[in-house]
Design a protein around this ligand. Sequence first.
Ligand code: PHB
Length: 388
Amino acid sequence: MSQRVARTTLTALALACIATLGHAQQAKLKVGLMLPYSGTYAALGVAIENGFKLRLDEQGGKLGGREIEFVKVDDESDPAKATDNVNKLIKRDNVDVIVGTVHSGVTIAMAKAAKESGTVLIVPNGGADAVTGPMCAQNIFRSSFSNWQPAYAMGEVAGKQGKKKAITITWKYAAGDESVAGFKEGFEKAGGKVDKQLAVPFPNVEFQALLTEIAAAKPDVVYAFFAGGGAVKFVKDYAAAGLNKTIPLVGPGFLTDGTLEAQGESAQGMLTTLHYADGLDTPRDTSFRTAYAKTFKLQPDVYAVQGYDAAQMLAIGLNAVKGDISKKAEFASAIEHAKIDSPRGQFTISKAHNPVQDIYLRKVAGNENKVVSVAVKNLADPARGCKL
Ligand code: PHB
């Protein structure tokens, strides 16, 4: 090859490279947001989206150098529609990443589809233990919690307080069942006994008959899993029946997070456990809260934090692969080795891709879930059944 031909070939190659790079920088990353925008969990879906978008704004509208295009689906917290909804995002809209969702049953269907297609999934709430248990996968991550985590901590706290006899009450579906199981494990290890497990179908809010049963049984403590609109109704009904005067009502922090304005007097003094709290008073949390309140004219809650951290985790993965999300192993490895600088406090991601995090004990005072102490430091989900 003459020098001139070689030079021309090199120039052509260089131009092609620049063109490709330029193209890669311009192509938007398609993010499928599959969240509840209607029903009892609607406010949770909105908070997650707000948190995600706040982090994106802070990064100048780009993650890993790529602009973001959103495709939104209202999953209605309906597991019967979940497979169709997620497959539309994967197969019709060809999204690069899915962020979702709140309801454990819908989350399980999403994890199944993500596992089959290899699409990256970041779960910003749905606590289904199986997602980072038997269903764990290289391309599935959670920025929130497993149902076991806050529940186990509350069991331990109640047991150590010397409570002996508990009744649990929940919606009858994966999240409620697993939350009750986590509480029971912690409580019985600490010397208590769960006497009775009550449930209503999701998302029913007819609690009267079960409250009568609780009043008659007179346990030392009641543990409840409800969230969103259902949590508002349950906490108010519990107080209206006069039960809050005699039998402490406790739960994972979902029972009082993002709901206090509506619960008012009925929630005062309640103890809950969660990976977030009001009054953390760290520079990181304060700047997040100020920015969130300014942008959305709303106070942030745990769901906003989980959405914010989903964007942080996505950015960490994308930065490591320079925006090329097809590099699955490097993408995953970057997140696995990261310390995520969350408003909740720093956390890491376990091998099963679930947060390893402090669980706070909080007490309701006014409109705040005020931090009391760290109930369990660096709590990792046991990841039972995960083979990664
Ligand atoms: C769940 O279904 O996993 C779930 C829903 C709402 C919460 C927490 C967990 O606040």
